[in-house]
Design a protein around this ligand. Structure first.
Ligand code: ADP
Length: 404
């Protein structure tokens, strides 16, 4: 079965085409600047040169049409006919309390995703556009939605409720949901496999550190706490997001600087974190380069970032009464040996001991970076959210076909 995985944003759309017989990626790519005259399609077919096309792509339906055309193109294509695509899987950021797992798209499921627009106003409407665009271009092909929040639905009330009037939870579903769930689930399972141990027996802290960043406490394979909240703003300091701060800062700054709700929200989501402190960049590579050149605010930004990450790992060791493994993943987690080294150096009290040489190895493979003496296993596991989406899509569509 060929499965197309789609991650639709408001003005961009990423895709991967999987052959599920061996889980190989036949092609990957993205459409950027949707809605503009000079939209860009970048298509990377396996074993063939990359293709880049600039053209007018006015909406998501046109973007999917373009993607399908290049996938079956006589020269750049990877399959003969779009009829070979038997299922489509979508990443959906917010599943609220309605979705504890992935689901086949039905009219009811679409209705529910729309109901959740309030909770994810930037993401869910874009995902719906992706779903409708696939319906228009591939009528009758089953679609599956895979939620960033689903893995965290196992959290207990004491972890997911905020200590504010309960009526707000009842009326508006204000609570912690957590994100990056597909990644935290994937790397925690891979960690157990790598260690040759049963997931049910392990207490793992998974650190997904990319532009957006979150830490999850995974106990017995289940998320028991996670650093992101009702929205992805809570928790760690990120590239452009503040993460945790005193909630009183919000009304205070609105008053002092005469900011609207939209402006303060933009400040916290887009103009805070690494970019705000360093004044240089939201990109960890650039922060590290500036640090090496002696830029004091780049150093401060790095130190705050590491300090806040370390505090969360400590908190989750407390939440689970100990930890067996720490996993680093995503752009920064997989690549920044410096962040891993600094963070782990300060976790010596937990019995964490890093092997400096192993930590320096650059590889796309799962690997251990702790010493044989370390009481806690420290692993680097490249995440693969698209593969999880492809697998869930394949499994759900097959089981529906065999049940039908
Ligand atoms: P997203 O959240 O957009 O999926 P990624 O997981 O791709 O983000 O992570 C992007 C981040 O990874 C950027 O801040 C980038 O600087 C960082 N990164 C990538 N390579 C390195 C590296 N070699 N050293 C430090 N940071 C890196």
């Amino acid at each position: 079965m060929k499965v197309l995985v789609i991650n639709a944003g408001s003005s961009s759309l990423k895709y991967q085409l999987y052959d599920m017989t061996d889980e190989s990626v036949l092609a990957a790519g993205r459409v950027e600047r949707i809605g503009m005259e000079s939209a860009i399609l970048t298509h990377e077919p396996a074993g063939k040169p990359e293709v880049r096309e600039v053209s007018e792509i006015l909406d998501h339906t046109a973007a999917i049409r373009k993607v399908l055309a290049v996938i079956v193109h006589s020269e750049h294509g990877v399959i003969r006919s779009i009829e070979d695509i038997q299922a489509v899987g979508h990443r959906v950021v917010h599943g609220g309390e309605s979705f504890r797992e992935s689901a086949i798209v039905t009219p009811e499921v679409k209705q529910e995703i729309k109901r959740l627009f309030d909770l994810a106003p930037l993401h869910n409407p874009a995902h719906m556009m992706g779903i409708s665009a696939v319906e228009a271009n591939l009528p009758g092909v089953p679609q599956v939605v895979v939620f960033d929040t689903a893995f965290h639905q196992t959290m207990d009330q004491n972890a997911y409720l905020y200590p504010i009037p309960l009526a707000l939870y009842r009326r508006h579903k204000i609570r912690k949901y957590g994100f990056h769930g597909t990644s935290h689930m994937y790397v925690s399972r891979r960690a157990a496999e790598f260690l040759g141990r049963k997931l049910e027996e392990l207490k793992i802290v998974t650190c997904h550190i990319g532009n957006g960043a979150s830490v999850t406490a995974v106990k017995g394979g289940k998320s028991v706490d996670t650093s992101m909240g009702m929205t992805p703003l809570e928790g760690l300091m990120m590239g452009t997001r503040s993460g945790d701060l005193d909630p009183a800062v919000v009304p205070f700054v609105m008053g002092k600087e005469d900011l609207t709700i939209g402006e303060v929200s933009s400040m916290l989501n887009k103009h805070s974190g690494l970019i705000a402190i360093s004044g240089i960049s939201s990109d960890m590579r650039e922060i590290q380069e500036a640090m090496e050149e002696g830029h004091p605010n780049a150093r401060l930004a790095f130190e705050m970032y590491e300090y806040r990450l370390r505090k969360y790992i400590g908190a989750y060791a407390a939440a689970m009464n100990g930890i067996d493994a720490i996993v680093f993943t995503a752009g920064v987690g997989e690549n920044s040996w410096l962040l891993r080294a600094r963070t782990c150096l300060n976790l010596a009290y937990l019995g964490v001991e890093i092997d400096p040489e192993a930590n320096l190895v650059r590889s796309k493979e799962d690997r251990r970076i702790s010493t044989a003496n370390s009481k806690v296993e420290v692993l680097v596991i490249p995440t693969n959210e698209e593969l999880v989406i492809a697998r869930d899509t394949y499994a759900l569509v097959r089981s529906e076909e065999s049940g039908a």
